[in-house]
Every structure is written in structure tokens, then in C-alpha cells.
Design a protein around this ligand. Structure first.
Ligand code: GCW
Length: 736
């Protein structure tokens, strides 16, 4: 319920006789107005529409939106229209005049290209050509000698995105005077990957249970499904994979397809397509065949029929996401076939319906003893050019697994004849779960901006995945969702910024993380410039802080076993070598780090020679990747003259100091937000500082057993012994 309305009702219900009580309510009323968020607990995400008080801005908006011609003849356009009315009515506190036919008083038009007259169409010809299927125009134009605001697009969904754009601008109090925005997404497939199981647990989920209530579907449609779709549409996400890549084949049975279809029906008016994960062995498990060999004719027929059935339920079904021959999942290699055989077989079944296969490259073998970081490249790059054109290969941002920092995956740029999808993780499996404030667009930006040097200079990862470098027709980005049933959707209020920021970068991978942070803060909390400046500085520093207190200088995968909660650098007894942190840090009395140069695993050879050369030499290797690529002595001299051991220790300390700084800045931001908003994050920061100290202490005590050196001045002494840290067990850590 709207909080203002709520207070008003309270006042009616209770017979307030005392003046004191009256004053009390007045105070509550103003406290609530003070904050931007309209429903408690952050449910509104970045989509609350608080009243605009500033009179100049307000009067401009009132004038612009006074009389609106909104031609509405589809479900998506109806969604857009509802959103526009909801937004402007709330922000301007009035009932707006929106009609299906034009009149002379119109101040604004929301009309698709084909419904505009020829004259405007030809004036805006260049714009319409630029915006493609999903882009939009928000522009001041002259119509019969009168200035109006026009929102237009080639397709319905462009109108929806244009409406959200306008509302966001208004929420940020931007002037609409002479506005001229012509935007189109730079990536075609902007996907969320839910690792949601049918029992509603979420693999690596830290925000409650899965949103999808399979038990009550298809009849019961939870309001959350619509709110979820609305949030995604507002940032341009157009695809969602409902189920975990560790797939349960039951979702391909008709009873579940009917449920998935009900979700697809909810998402369609928001421009979002549904995808499912497909378990490769489904023909055996639910099809009753005795093989899932992709070249077997019964298997091929089974998939053809299954796909036909899926499209009966979901006519605009997006396709299958497949994790095959990875971490125990079945795949074509079980039958002596290749990834190409498997992916192309499914792609052929989907092709007549326009569906896609998204085949994951996250593979590493239980028998292959070569450096895990090399395996995906070794396996996939030779297949470049062999996949059908409705197959996309989805590659994690780095060669290991969503670590706080990894160099970019060498497959980016190495497969010019294959469409590669970037897979980012939004859920914070290795970055403190939903208790740590970490602004991930900083990480995403670093990967996207990385130079691949595959076609000379200035050939960044972004240019690989947006398709511009190798003229790829389909481009894509996937984000492993951090969304669940928690009241605020993501567990940590600032984890909403990672969902938001992921969507913004999928729309435009050239955007800077600073701009995204600022937008999100303004849309979520407050337009106050002081507040934005303060809190933006927390967000921007937060990613480097977590790298420092968990895995500085290129260290990686030091997390405890299974759940990945907290430090476990000492773990060395797991059945597969590459599951052990000791495999990655290789600490011994001589030094620390993974030698991936030609004298070691030679993983650097998978990068372009120009990049490999930089990584190969510890003198030129960026310090943040030093121990990713090199095994170096504890007293190795760094550029600043210090030795490696001291530098590692000081980085751990710095991470802790940075979180302390984040806490002190958050305190300064207190006056700009409500107490609830303040306290929620304050408590989470308390967890974060404790855990940052825990990471520092545990890792330094452990590595010290090898380095044999004292902690340098400036590094706080650990409160507990190494044995204490080693003894900590967390059988119920979430998300496992
Ligand atoms: O990071 C690892 C996770 C697994 C996950 C796997 C993957 C879905 O620990 O939980 O499985 O990656 O990406 O397939």
C-alpha cells in the first residue's frame, strides 16, 4: 500500500483526540515523504515514483505531459501506457489525459513509426533506421507548427523502452526541453539465467527461494511475476532462462511446460521471452530411449518432437540453455560425440521455430590434469565455424569461475566464426553472498573493456560480444540472477544495483560503471547531489575492496569448500585437484602463485601474442593479475620497491580499511535517507567488516606458515589462531 495512503487511513481509523498524537503522525508523514522509496523494504527497486516537489521541474513536466495521444493496439503497448500513466500520475500527483486519438491540444505523442504520418516519418527517417527492432526515439519535434514530445519506435517493445526512458529521466529531474534521444540496444539477447530448481531452492541463491511457484502454476499468477517482468523491461532485459543449468528434465514434461507457458504469458507483454535449460540425457530419462547419442535417429526424432511440443505451449519460446559434460552433467561426450554434435542436433530441432541453442563453454574435465584455466579454450576453439548459426556459445567472463577478479576469458576474440555470449554472475557466489556490498558493474566493465588484441589494437571484449568485431548476427549477454523471494528481491539492497547495472550493460556495454551507479542511486534513493556523491564513492570502491580482502594480486579460488563461504586457502583434500584452493595458490616456502607462463602451464599462449607477452613477464604483468600468471618468491621485489609478502599483507589490510571507510561514508549519508534504509545497510556493512577481517586474518596466518615472515607495519594482528579459523564449519551456508 502507498505509505501516504496508509497513514491517512490510520488517522481515520483512530480517533485522535490528543494534539500530541496528531503531531506524531505529522512527523511520521514527513519522514516517509523524505525518502524516495514508496513501499517499505525496497520492493519497488528502482521503480518507485515519488512525487516531484521541485516546482520548476514539475511545471515543465506538467506542461509536457498535459495531453497525450497514445495509440494503443497491442499488449506491449498497453503495458507501456499503463506504466506511463502510473509514473506521471504518481510523480505529478494528477490524473493525466491520455487518449487513443490525436487532438490539437496534444503536448505529447506516443506512436509507432507506421502510425505516424508520412511527413514525420520521412523527417525522422535516419533515426528510425538507426533504432532497429528494439530501439526508440524520445524527441522534441514540431507538429503543425507546435512543439510536442514524441516517443516513437519501429516496434511495440521500443515504445515500452522509450516510456521507461522518459520516466527515468523525469525521476532524475532531467529537463525535457529540446530533448533528442535516439537509442538502440547494442546487444540483441539480454538474458537472465536463473539457477532455480523445481523445488524452489536456488543454486548460489542468497535472496530466498525461487520466484517461480511451480506448485501453484499455471493457475495462480503471483503479482511478483509481473513486477519481475516490469523491472526487467525497465532496463531492457528481453530473455529469461527459468531453470538451473544443472538441469532437471521434468521441466520438459507437458505439466511443467504448461506452467512455463503461464509465465511466458505474463512476460510477453513486457517484451521478455522464456528459455529453458535442457538436460542432455532427457531422451533416456523422460523419453524412455536407451541412449541420448546426438547422432542416433530416435534421439534426433525425440528432440524434434519435444521441441514441437514446447512451441505448442510457448509459441515464442526462446530456446535451450545447455550445460553439457561439465561438473557431472550429461552430454554428447558420453557417447563419444562432440559439443558440436550435441549443440547442432538441438539447434536443428529448434531452427524451424526460430529458437536458439545456448551452449555453455564452462567445461573442465575430471580426468584432464592440465591447468583448468586452459580447458574450455582447448576444447572449444578448434570447433570455431562448426556450429550452426542458431547456436551461441556462452562463455564465463574469466577462465576459472566468477572470481572477485580474473583476467578476461581467452576465448573472447579467439572464435571469430562463432557467436559468443558473455556470462556474468550477478549472484555473489564468490563475493560475500548477499551480505557484502559489492558493486559488480565495476567488474563487468573491467572485463568488457579488456583489450583482446585479436584484430590489432582497440579490439575489446565488448566488440567481440556485441558482434561488431567479427560481424556476428546474434549477440548476447547472460547474467546469473541474484533474485529471489526476499522482500527486496536481492537480499542486499545494493545487490539491486547489480541487477540494474547488469541490465544497463547488456543494453549498452560501453556505459561506464560510474554513470550506472549514479543513475541507480538517483532512481532508488535520492537525487540529492551530496548523497549521490557520497554513496557513489562507496559503490565504486567496493569491488576493489572485496578483491583486496579476499584474493588480492591475482590470487583466486581461496574460498571454503562447497558453499564458497569464507576463506579456506588450506583446503587440499578434495577428490578433484582443481577443487582445492591449494591447486590455485601453490604456496610453499619458495613462494606463491600459479605459473601460467611458458615455464608453467602456458595458459598465456591462449591470448593474442601481444597480450601474452605482457602477462608472461612479471615486470609487465599488471599487479592485479600477478599471482594468476606467476609463481613468485615471497621476497620478489615489486615496482614500488616492497616485497611480495608485504604487498599481499598490505592489500588484505587495505581491503579491511576500505570497508571501514565505506561504513564511515554511509554514516555521513544517513541524513538523506530514512532510518530504515540507513539501518538496513549499516547492519549489512557490520557483517561485511567482520568477514573482511576474518578473510584477512585467516589468509595471512595461513600464508605466513610458508613465508615465515612477520606482518609488515600497518597490518593489524589477527585476533585468533590459524587453528581457530580452520575449525570453522558452516553446514547450512546458503545457496549450496
Ligand atoms: O561456479 C560454479 C558453481 C556451480 C555452478 C557452476 C556452473 C550451476 O559453483 O554451482 O553450477 O559454476 O556455472 O555451471
Amino acid at each position: 500500500m502507498n505509505s501516504k495512503l496508509h497513514i491517512a487511513l490510520l488517522c481515520i481509523n483512530i480517533n485522535i483526540s490528543s494534539a500530541h498524537l496528531r503531531l506524531f503522525y505529522v512527523i511520521i508523514f514527513f519522514t516517509i515523504l523524505h525518502s524516495n522509496s514508496q513501499t517499505p523494504g525496497g520492493y519497488d527497486l528502482w521503480l518507485g515514483y515519488p512525487k516531484i516537489e521541485e516546482s520548476i521541474v514539475r511545471s515543465e513536466y506538467v506542461k509536457t505531459t498535459n495531453s497525450i495521444f497514445f495509440l494503443t493496439n497491442s499488449d506491449i503497448l498497453q503495458t507501456a501506457r499503463n506504466e506511463l500513466i502510473r509514473g506521471i500520475d504518481a510523480m505529478l500527483e494528477r490524473v493525466s489525459d491520455v487518449r487513443d486519438s490525436p487532438n490539437l491540444l496534444n503536448t505529447m505523442w506516443v506512436v509507432k513509426k507506421n502510425d505516424l504520418n508520412q511527413e514525420i516519418q520521412s523527417t525522422l527517417k535516419a533515426d528510425f533506421e538507426r533504432i532497429g527492432k528494439e530501439g526508440f526515439i524520445v524527441k522534441s519535434v514540431f507538429l503543425d507548427g507546435k512543439g510536442i514530445l514524441l516517443i516513437s519506435a519501429n516496434e511495440d517493445v521500443g515504445i515500452l523502452y522509450g516510456v521507461f526512458k522518459l520516466l527515468q529521466l523525469m525521476k532524475m529531474h532531467k529537463s525535457l526541453d529540446g530533448i533528442n534521444i535516439v537509442e538502440t540496444p547494442k546487444i540483441e539477447l539480454r538474458m537472465l539465467n536463473h539457477w532455480d530448481n523445481l523445488d524452489r531452492t536456488v543454486e548460489r541463491g542468497y535472496a530466498g527461494f525461487s520466484l517461480w511457484n511451480w506448485q501453484k502454476l499455471p493457475i495462480y499468477i503471483d503479482q511478483r511475476y509481473k513486477d519481475y517482468a516490469r523491472a526487467n523491461a525497465s532496463i531492457g532485459i528481453n530473455a529469461t532462462v527459468l531453470t538451473n543449468v544443472n538441469a532437471n528434465n521434468l521441466v520438459l514434461n507437458s505439466d511443467y511446460l504448461e506452467k512455463a507457458a503461464a509465465l511466458a504469458d505474463v512476460f510477453r507483454p513486457y517484451g521478455i521471452k522464456v528459455y529453458l535449460t535442457a538436460r542432455f540425457s532427457a531422451p533416456i530419462e523422460i523419453g524412455g530411449l536407451n541412449t541420448a547419442d546426438p547422432l542416433d535417429k530416435d534421439v534426433i526424432e525425440w528432440w524434434n518432437n519435444k521441441v514441437k511440443e514446447v512451441y505448442k505451449f510457448i509459441p515464442d519460446f526462446g530456446g535451450f540453455l545447455v550445460k553439457a559434460n561439465s561438473e557431472g552433467q550429461p552430454g554428447p561426450q558420453n557417447y563419444g560425440r562432440t559439443h558440436v554434435d550435441g549443440a547442432n542436433m538441438m539447434a536443428s530441432a529448434l531452427k524451424p521455430f526460430g529458437g536458439l541453442v545456448i551452449w555453455r563453454a564452462f567445461v573442465y574435465s575430471e580426468t584432464d590434469t592440465t591447468d583448468r584455466a586452459k580447458q574450455a579454450y582447448t576444447e572449444f576453439v578448434p570447433y570455431d565455424g562448426n556450429f550452426l548459426d542458431n547456436v551461441l556459445v556462452q562463455v564465463k567472463n574469466g577462465p576459472i569461475d566468477f572470481q572477485p577478479r580474473e583476467p578476461f576469458h581467452p576465448m573472447f576474440g579467439a572464435m571469430p566464426n562463432t557467436s559468443l555470449v558473455m556470462e556474468f554472475q550477478i549472484t555473489q557466489e564468490y563475493l560475500g553472498f548477499s551480505s557484502h556490498l559489492v558493486f559488480l558493474p565495476k567488474l563487468y566493465e573491467e572485463v568488457l573493456d579488456a583489450e583482446t588484441f585479436r584484430k590489432g589494437k582497440n579490439t575489446t571484449v565488448t566488440k567481440v560480444i556485441d558482434g561488431s568485431l567479427f560481424n556476428k548476427k546474434i549477440s548476447g549477454m547472460a547474467g546469473v540472477a541474484n533474485i529471489g523471494t526476499d522482500m527486496n528481491w536481492t537480499g542486499h539492497p545494493f545487490a539491486q544495483a547489480n541487477w540494474y547495472g547488469y541490465g544497463r550493460l547488456a543494453w549498452d556495454p560501453y556505459l561506464s560503471s560510474e554513470i550506472i551507479a549514479e543513475e541507480w542511486l538517483r532512481l532508488t534513493y535520492s537525487n540529492n547531489p551530496e548523497f549521490v556523491k557520497l554513496v557513489k564513492s562507496i559503490m565504486i570502491a567496493s569491488r576493489e575492496a572485496v578483491v583486496n580482502y579476499m584474493t588480492p594480486m591475482g590470487l583466486h579460488h581461496l574460498m571454503d569448500t562447497g558453499h564458497h563461504y569464507g576463506p579456506g586457502p588450506w583446503v587440499s583434500d578434495l577428490s578433484r585437484p582443481e577443487w582445492n584452493p591449494t591447486y590455485y595458490h601453490n604456496a610453499d616456502k619458495n613462494g606463491i602463485g600459479f605459473d601460467r607462463t611458458p615455464s608453467g602451464s602456458n595458459a598465456t599462449a591462449q591470448y593474442a601474442p601481444e597480450i601474452a607477452k605482457i602477462f608472461n613477464d612479471p615486470e609487465t604483468c599488471p599487479e592485479e593479475y600477478l599471482l594468476w600468471f606467476h609463481h613468485l618468491p615471497w621476497d620478489y621485489k615489486l615496482k614500488n620497491g616492497g616485497i611480495l609478502w608485504d604487498a599481499i599483507a598490505l592489500k588484505y589490510q587495505k581491503g579491511v580499511d576500505q570497508v571501514e571507510e565505506m561504513i564511515s561514508i554511509w554514516k555521513q549519508a544517513k541524513t538523506y535517507i530514512s532510518d530504515d534504509q540507513y539501518n538496513e545497510v549499516r547492519m549489512l556493512l557490520e557483517i561485511q567488516i567482520q568477514e573482511a577481517r576474518w578473510w584477512r586474518n585467516a589468509c595471512l596466518l595461513y600464508f605466513q606458515t610458508f613465508s615465515g615472515k612477520e606482518l609488515p607495519p600497518g597490518v593489524e594482528r589477527p585476533e585468533e589462531s590459524l587453528e581457530h579459523y580452520k575449525s570453522l564449519k558452516f553446514p547450512y551456508a546458503p545457496g549450496n
